[in-house]
Structures are given as C-alpha cells and as structure tokens.
Ligand binder design. Structure first.
Ligand code: AGP
Length: 633
C-alpha cells in the first residue's frame, strides 16, 4: 500500500504536498517523492527512507540554489504537484524506484498506489518501441504509456492508457503541457478528492485533506477526476461526465493528530472507551413493552437494514485478514453462544481461493460478514466479491465511511472508532468486536434464542464495558513495569481457551508487529501437543483466563510452563484467586459477562506490545515491512 496526494491551487505546492504525505505515511514509509510543476517546468525530488529524508533532500536542494534566486529558478517551485509515500512491491526501496515516475522526456509525472499485474508484458512492448526504463517498478510503464498515447489531450491519453492496465491503481498524473489540471483515476485502490477556495486536492485517504476541507468526493471504481484550480470534473472511463456529491467527514483534523500522546498507538489504545461508546450507544434504544411491564433496552440495527428479514439465515460465514480476522474468530464464539447458529470463519486470503460452499438456496441462506478496518484490503474485497457472486447477503463491518467495502456490501455497520493511524490495529479491533456482539445479540433476540430479559442483560453488560476499559487503562503502569522487566524475552507465547484463544492470537500478532519479538498463540489445550517443547527459562507465556469453567485446566497449563522454567503471566478478572499461587504476574480486568471478555482482556496485551516496542527503541506506529492496509495481494 502506498499513499498519494495531489494539489493544484495558488500556493506553493511542495509544503502542502509534504504535509499531506505526513498524514499518509502510515500507508507506506520506505521512500517518498514529490513532483511540482511551475514556471521552470516539471521538477521531481525523491528519496529512499522516511519522509524526513525527502524533506532534508528538498531543503538541501533549495539551499544550494543561488542566493536571491528569482522565482522559477529554485528547485520545486510551482503551484501544482503530486506526492507519494511508498511501500515497495516491485523493486527494492531506492531513490530511483520511488515515485513519482516520469516518461522519457520528463514532461509527464505519475504517482500510483496499487499493482499493475500485466506490467511485464507492457514493459516488453514499450521496450520494443524504444523506451529505456529507469526503475524496476510496475508504475513506470504507466508514465511511458501515457506519453505514447499523448497527442495534446492528457485526459484522452489517460483514458487510453487505463484500457491497457490490468490490476489495481489509484493514479495522479500531471503533464508539463497542461499546467491547469491534475488527472486522477482509480480502480480497486482508494482515492478521495476535495476542493477548497481556489484549490483542488486528491489523496489516498481523508486525513490528508482535512486541513483543507471536510467535504470530500469518494471516487468510484474506474472513475476519473480532472482537478482544476476552481473546480473538479468527474468522468467515467468512457469519458462521459459523472455527477458526484460530496460526503461530509464527521471527524476533524485534530482527531488525526497525536493529541499529546507520544505515539498514535498509545493514543488509539486510550481512545477505546470513547470509541466503544460511540459504536454502541447509537444502536441501543428503550423499548416499550407490549404487556404493560417496564420498558426494556434493545438493540436497534434496523436503520442499517439489519431487520427481521435476516433472522431466517441458516449459517453465518465470516472472512477478514489479520486483526479483523481475530475479531471474526471472537465473532464465531459469540454467534454460537447467543444465536446457536452454525458459524464458519476464515482468513480472506484462504477463503477467496477455496471453493467454499455458499448456497443461497440453503434454508434461510448465509449471512456473510466481512470485516475490515480500512475497507480496502485486497484479499478481503476479493472474498466479499466472491461471496456476493455466490448469492450470499453481505454485511460489512468497517471503520472507513465510503470505503470500497462499505460501498459494495449489502449492509454496512460502521465501527465509530475515528481514524486509526497506527499500523497496529487496536481501537478498530475492540469496536469490531462490539459490532459483532451487537449483531449476535440482536440476531439471537430475533430468532428467539435470547428472550427480552437475556437480551437486556447482555446489553447492560455491554454498556459497562467502556468504563471497565477505562479502569484497565488507568492501571497501565503495572503493565509498563512488567514490560520493562520482560522486554528482552524473545520467546513469547499467549495461550487461552475459547474466547481467550482468539484474544491470544490477537495479542501475539500485536506483540510481533510492533516489537519484532517472536510471539505465537496456541489454544491452551494444545500445549502438550507441541508448543511445550519450546518452553524453557527464556520463555514468557501469558495465559488469558476469563472462562471460569476452564480455570482448572488453565491452571494446570500454567503449572506445566512453570515446571519447565518458563515465566507465566495471567490476565484474569479482579476477583479471581485461582492463579494466585501459580502465576508470576497477574493483570486484572473488571468482571464482565464471560462472553464479552475479549473487549477487555485484549487491552493489557495491546499495552504490553506498545511498551515492549518503545523499550526496544522502535517506532510502534510504523513497524518495519508493514503498511496500514494491504491493498495488494
Ligand atoms: C493489525 O494490527 C494489522 N496491521 C493487520 O493485521 C490488519 O488488521 C489487516 O491487514 C487487516 O486490515 P483491515 O482491517 O484494514 O482489512
């Protein structure tokens, strides 16, 4: 995944592009570049490494220009341009592989997010036509193809070029001969546009635009935007004008800032109580009883379209990637518990290449739940499209309004978590869980597996979660102290049973992502079937213990770890004494309905991962080799 920005207006473009890229650096950060078009023509500056390296390079180039140089002679002067922050797919991170890429004459510049699948064929064809390539990227073919088709009309050249591209792309294109416009186009990679007085913008994601406007246009697949200084025109890929409406972004620029926290990850961990309230509260209502008894609390999902017509489903199928898949695993246990319905859950990259049995003719059909923070993950989108083709009814759980997932699903349930910038997902996970619980309890009520009283009790327990999360966060120093003693342990396991196994998987992922510590999760019952061979005095095992009927089993597992010299930590409720004698350290969470425990038990693990990352001198917001959302396979 990469981030692209574009600006055309009356001010110097370079600082605006760099500020936009800062907001998108979470999308990729192994190299960056900008192209600016001004009186001196098209100028490009790019650099391997983080954005700071590019900023330094630009500052150096400007400093080396002649003192008092006239406008138009400094490098990178101009009031329109493109920017890019890269996560390498084709070609290693290097100056030359960084975007923007230009055609042979250097008059056309292109930034790209996505993958051109037929780039090798196009490269060979262009070489046969005399083009000399500079980089190893798939993107460079686009610049040369546009040049090949260009005869004075950039829009036409872009339209002819995209006919020849296979794969995914969000593109920004400028041409020296047409200094009044930027062309942007997307297919399967996100792109938003926005306008403010006398200027127009494009970006891969909303945070890059918020400084300028909160009214944005989400481009649909194969739509083209032509950005002028005073307006934006939209076309379909056949060149016919398209009328588009703006969407108002409900959060502001401040929410996409660190707000006093050292890192976005810590800020987002702390935002969970509020995010959970925002995700839960609008969906709870007071309902009058029909028999004259007291009003009761119920879940209202009708406004998103989840009405009684969904109640007859024969099965629930869930697909997602990474953290969102872990949420799906919790969802499986929740649906089985509250609804007593068969549930299948799979990682989207497996699901899409299986031959899954989805049969709308089954009594009631399948509810297909697809989960994605970004709503743009390539495998997740492919899984959804396959399920849709096979006739399943699709419910999307996503955090990004207007994302591809949101637009293509039959029904959307938003996680009102606000922007999640840190690469490691935290508040998106817990709000995804909240959405799944809301859906499970509602479906259980609609199908009669939960009566009004049981449903109201579940709702009451859900309403207590945000405050309980707050309490865990208020005791974070204990986890910080533990991390400062343990962060050098490089063999870390999480184990649990049922809901706790799902949280173990998420905990291990969090730790490996941000601290680079090798961590794995296993179902505690599997300990003796293999993992125990790895346990020695260098091993830390955290046991997540929130399912009281299995406490004895967990305690035996902990003893087995201790007997082999391992260190054992436990995450359990504040009133549990079952592990007092065995565990080396106990992190206590407030007591809750045991089926809802993942909403709380994951928080200590998130904090542990964060502190280990910081203690190891790493940047938890931007772990190596990762990108916030994986929009390519
Ligand atoms: C989470 O910490 C990870 N960065 C990653 O596993 C992520 O959850 C996964 O790539 C799915 O992303 P999505 O929710 O945007 O689809």
């Amino acid at each position: 995944m990469c981030g692209i920005v574009g600006y055309i207006g009356g001010e110097e473009a370079a600082p605006i592009l760099l500020r936009g890229l800062q907001k998108l650096e979470y999308r990729g950060y192994d190299s960056a570049g900008i192209a600016v078009l001004g009186e001196a023509g098209l100028k490009v500056c790019k650099s391997k490494g983080r954005l700071a390296a590019l900023e330094e390079k630009i500052a150096l180039e400007n400093a080396s220009a002649l003192p008092g140089a006239a406008r138009g002679t400094l490098s990178l002067e101009g009031t329109m341009g493109l920017g890019h922050t890269r996560w390498a797919t084709h070609g290693e991170p290097s100056d030359v592989n960084s975007h923007p890429h230009t055609d042979v004459s250097g008059k056309i510049a292109v930034v790209h997010n996505g993958i051109i699948e037929n780039h090798a064929k196009l490269r060979a064809w262009l070489k046969d036509h005399g083009v000399a390539f500079r980089s190893e990227t798939d993107t460079e073919v686009i610049a040369h193809l546009i040049d090949f088709h260009y005869n004075g009309d950039l829009l036409r050249a872009v339209m002819e070029t995209i006919q020849r591209l296979e794969g995914s792309y969000a593109l920004g294109i400028i041409c020296e001969n047409e200094p009044d416009r930027i062309i942007a186009v997307r297919r399967e990679s996100p792109l938003v546009a926005g306008a403010a007085a006398g200027s127009s913008f494009i970006a891969s994601d909303v945070p890059a635009l918020l400084e300028h406007t909160r009214d944005v246009y989400y481009l649909d697949d194969r739509e083209i935007a032509v950005l002028f200084r005073d307006r934006i025109e939209f076309y379909n890929d056949e060149g016919q004008p398209v009328l588009k409406e703006t969407a108002r972004v409900s959060w502001d620029a401040a929410e996409a800032e660190k707000g006093g926290y050292e890192h976005f990850m810590l800020k987002e961990i702390h935002e969970q109580p509020r995010a959970l309230v925002d995700t839960l509260r609008p969906r709870i209502r007071n309902e009058e009883s029909t028999d004259g008894s007291a009003p009761f609390r119920s879940i209202n999902l009708e406004e998103i379209g989840f009405d009684s017509s969904w109640a007859g489903a024969g099965r629930v199928v869930i697909a997602a990637c990474g953290t969102a898949w872990h949420a799906g695993v919790v969802g499986k246990y929740a649906f089985e518990h509250y609804v007593r319905i068969p549930v299948e859950v799979d990682v989207a990259s497996e699901f899409r290449y299986r031959n899954p049995v989805l049969d709308p003719a089954n009594p009631g059909g399948d509810i297909f739940i697809i989960i994605s923070q970004s709503g743009e993950t390539a495998d997740t989108l492919a899984a959804m499209r396959m399920a849709k083709k096979k006739g399943a009814r699709i419910v999307a759980i996503t955090n990004v309004v207007g994302s591809t997932l949101a637009r293509e699903a039959d029904l959307v349930m938003y996680t009102w978590a606000g922007p999640e910038i840190a690469v490691a997902s935290t508040k998106a996970f817990t709000t995804q869980l909240m959405c799944l619980y809301l859906m499970a309890v509602r479906l259980g009520f609609l199908r009669g597996t939960l009566d009004g009283e049981a449903s109201a009790a579940a709702i009451e327990a859900m309403e207590k979660i945000p405050q309980a999360a707050e309490k865990i966060l208020s005791e974070k120093e204990k986890i910080q102290r533990f991390a400062s003693r343990q962060f050098n342990k490089t063999k870390v396991f999480y184990m649990g049973r049922l809901f706790d196994y799902a949280v173990s998987m998420e905990s291990a992922l969090k730790l490996k992502e941000v601290s680079y510590i090798h961590s794995e999760a296993f179902a505690a019952g599997e300990l003796k079937h293999g993992p125990i061979a790895l346990v020695d005095q260098h091993t830390l095992v955290t046991a997540i213990c929130t399912q009281s009927r299995l406490f004895d089993k967990m305690d035996s597992n902990i003893k087995e770890i201790k007997a082999r010299g391992g260190t054992a930590a436990v995450i359990t409720y504040e009133d549990v004494t079952a592990f007092d004698e065995t565990a080396d350290e106990i992190f206590r969470i407030p007591r809750t309905d045991e089926s809802l425990s993942p909403l709380l038990s994951v928080i200590p693990s998130q904090l542990y991962a964060y502190y280990c990352s910081v203690l190891r001198g790493l940047d938890p917001d931007r772990p190596r080799n990762l990108a916030k959302s994986v929009t390519v396979e």
